[in-house]
Design a binder for this molecule. Structure first.
Ligand code: PLP
Length: 425
């Protein structure tokens, strides 16, 4: 499989650190890469930034909406597409080669992982596949993204299940557990949360929630659209039943990629609702015999775009070359840097929890003098700062995502722009 990261990125980081140049400046002869600069050194992160084709014309602060992919990922997609087109082959074996890499990245087994188009699809497979009856109840947070809530709303409308929602507690882990526990009754079947919530970036204590769900006999599903690639995720350690991620946000994968995890011993509880070619066990005998693939591959049907999956594999490779712990520390440190500076401005309210364990790499804030749409237009139009509006639940705010390609001076630009507008009479 085409794997540009190790060959180019690491070598490049080292060479660029020595002043030898950037992409494309690598000679044909392989040499062991020189040591990487220290990740505590701002040069290291400037070199990481140079691995992205992302324009410098504006400051991109919306990885929570869509994350840019590094060159290595784009190269893998293009190269794989061309090779497959040259032979006119599907390249499905590449999907199987990528599966263990992506599974390991999420702390799962290859059999437990299906490739999807996005997080919504993964959430939807679980919501539509679980055997629920009219009157059964599902709990999730009021801040759930439509990609996580709509699949349940459809089941409420079509199948008569009942959706119960809790208001996230931005102040304590226990508060969230108590709010969920207060909604559980004998009809409750499922607990779902966003690992990190979309509107205000609250990070939920998913390990404790998994224990609560297990004790009460509930299916525990995590919408991980905002966690995969932002913080280290180990699904076996979390002990959830299912988890859906976006490949095209924090993971930096190609657009239209995602991952669904379903625990091996519970696969049969999630009925595939879309099925057909490649979702079977390879021994179909019409009309009597048919069986699902004995793995999460049962949720992948029909001919797939193997180049995108190979690109997602490369995205994982890229993040792991840096190290997920370092990624999380860096992204979180930028968010904390921003939070402290925004907090010091008068007329600015931070909606993201201040407690480290309840937050990660997104900061949501409100400027009292300026409604969110105007603030969004002002920051983008006058300062080239691309944030995301937060219209949910009347929050009237903006959300900023900080990832490994962002830099401190970009945070400073945002703070200065907000300072200027909040100081206006
Ligand atoms: C929590 C959450 N779930 C789901 C989604 C939808 O993601 P996707 O576009 O990958 O389906 C988002 C997107 O912002 C999200 O924040």
């Amino acid at each position: 499989m085409y794997r540009p990261t190790r060959r180019r990125f690491v070598t490049n980081l080292g060479r660029a650190a020595l002043g030898a140049g950037l992409f494309g400046a690598i000679g044909p002869r392989w040499e062991p890469p020189p040591p990487l600069p220290d990740p505590g050194d701002p040069d290291y992160w400037r070199l990481v930034r140079r691995q992205y084709p992302l324009s410098h014309e504006r400051v991109y602060l919306n990885t929570g909406g869509l994350g840019p992919a590094p060159f290595a990922v784009l190269d893998a997609v293009v190269h794989t597409t061309r090779s497959l087109q040259t032979l006119s082959e599907t390249g499905h074996h590449l999907i199987e080669e990528t599966r263990p890499e992506v599974a390991a990245f999420l702390g799962a087994d290859p059999d437990e992982v299906a490739f999807t188009r996005n997080a919504t699809e993964g959430n939807s497979v679980v919501a539509s596949g679980l055997d629920l009856r009219a009157g059964d109840e599902v709990i999730f947070e009021s801040h759930a993204h439509p990609g996580g809530s709509f699949p349940w709303m459809v089941r409420q409308k079509e199948d008569g299940i009942r959706v119960r929602i809790f208001e996230p507690d931005p102040t304590s882990e226990e508060g969230n557990l108590e709010r969920i526990a207060a909604l559980i009754n004998e009809r409750t079947r499922v607990l779902q949360v966003s690992h990190v919530t979309a509107p205000t970036g609250i990070r939920f204590p998913v390990e404790a929630m998994a224990r609560l769900a297990r004790d009460r006999g509930l299916w525990f599903h995590i919408d991980g659209a905002q966690s995969a690639g932002m913080i280290p995720v180990n699904l076996h350690a979390i002990a959830c039943d299912s988890y859906a991620a976006s490949g095209h946000k924090w993971m930096g994968g190609p657009h239209g990629t995602g991952v669904l995890y379903v625990r091996k011993d519970r696969l049969d509880e999630v009925r595939p609702t879309e099925t057909g070619a490649y979702g079977d066990d390879g021994d179909v005998q019409l009309p009597e015999r048919f069986g699902y693939a004995p793995s999460a591959r049962r949720y992948e049907v029909g001919t797939r775009n193997a180049s995108l999956v190979a690109g997602l594999g490369e995205a994982v490779n890229f993040l792991e070359t840096i190290g997920m712990r370092r990624v999380a520390v860096r992204a979180g440190a930028l968010a904390a840097y921003l939070r402290e500076r925004l907090r010091a401005l008068s007329g600015v309210t931070i909606l993201t929890p201040g407690k480290d364990s309840l937050a990660a790499a997104m900061i949501t804030f409100r400027v009292e003098k300026l409604p969110y749409r105007e603030l969004y237009r002002y920051l983008l139009g006058e300062h080239g700062l691309r944030c995301r509006i937060v219209s949910e639940r009347g929050l009237d705010a903006l959300r900023v995502s900080t990832h490994i390609f962002n830099q401190e001076d970009e945070c400073d630009r945002l703070v200065e722009a907000v300072r200027a507008v909040s100081a206006r009479q």
